[in-house]
Design a protein around this ligand. Structure first.
Ligand code: PGA
Length: 251
């Protein structure tokens, strides 16, 4: 059976002391509940090693928010997949819409990043999602399908089986405007059918597909109750232990 997952995406928030404090709070809160899903926090590169030291890896997974499309070398300022893995992190968000939009990430760079993440034992949390105009023009299914095909369908079935997908409609990210649970279910079901078309039913059924975009304690339960919504990728609401835990315990 596919995993249920709630993953935080801290984005470019918190200083190192603030981040370590937040990680400790989440870790402590998790110790007191019987979480019915895997819980992950994806934090800024600068925080990875320190956060790894204060969390219980059996209860709380750690991830980065990006990694480079090269293994090593003269790429000033970049952070490679082996560097991320060496901190103890086990996950990496790739293809977030903010990376695609503000940093020009293409399907080609993403294929390189996915390959390097997998080679280094990191599980990619691969983001897909349409912008508002695409939805309004009824192109959202085509856009999401193309993002999956171009970013991931070069993988073997075995490697694809290691990917976590996150559907994040760009118009819902940080806007307070959540997709309805029916809109999320409709797209997640479509995504699973696209995966099935390429890799077959077993792989499709085992792929965790998270929803992201203004997910909060008040709407998480209804979203997670949908059969193809396997959890959430959480931005704003992951920046406080209480609201993040409110989503974790929605399962
Ligand atoms: P949000 O961000 O929860 O703040 O909308 C989600 C994301 O971008 O991963």
């Amino acid at each position: 059976m596919r995993k249920k997952i709630v993953a935080g995406n801290w984005k470019m928030n918190t200083t190192l002391p603030e981040g370590v404090k937040l990680a400790k709070e989440v870790n402590e809160a998790l110790a007191g509940v019987n979480a019915k899903c895997d819980v992950i926090i994806c934090v800024p590169f600068t925080h990875l090693a320190s956060v790894n030291n204060v969390i219980d890896a059996n209860k709380l997974g750690l991830g980065a928010e990006n990694c480079a499309d090269h293994k090593s070398g003269a790429y000033t300022g970049e952070i490679s997949a082996p560097m991320v893995a060496s901190t103890g992190a086990k996950y990496v968000i790739l293809g977030h819409s903010e990376r695609r939009q503000y940093y020009g990430e293409t399907a080609e760079t993403l294929r390189a990043k996915v390959a390097l993440a997998l080679e280094n034992g990191l599980t990619p949390i691969f983001c897909i999602g349409e912008v508002l105009e695409e939805r309004e023009n009824n192109k959202h299914f085509d856009v999401v399908k193309a993002q999956i095909e171009e970013g991931l369908f070069n993988l073997s079935a075995e490697d694809f089986g290691k990917i976590i997908l996150a559907y994040e409609p760009v118009w819902a990210i940080g806007t307070g405007k959540t997709a309805t649970d029916d809109q999320a279910q409709e797209m997640h079901h479509f995504i699973r059918s696209v995966v099935e078309g390429k890799y077959g039913k077993e792989v499709a059924e085992n792929t965790s597909i998270l929803y992201g975009g203004s997910c909060k304690p008040s709407n998480a339960k209804a979203l997670f109750a949908k059969p193809d919504v396997d959890g959430g990728l959480i931005g704003g609401a992951a920046l406080e232990a209480e609201s993040f835990m409110g989503i974790v315990t929605a399962f």
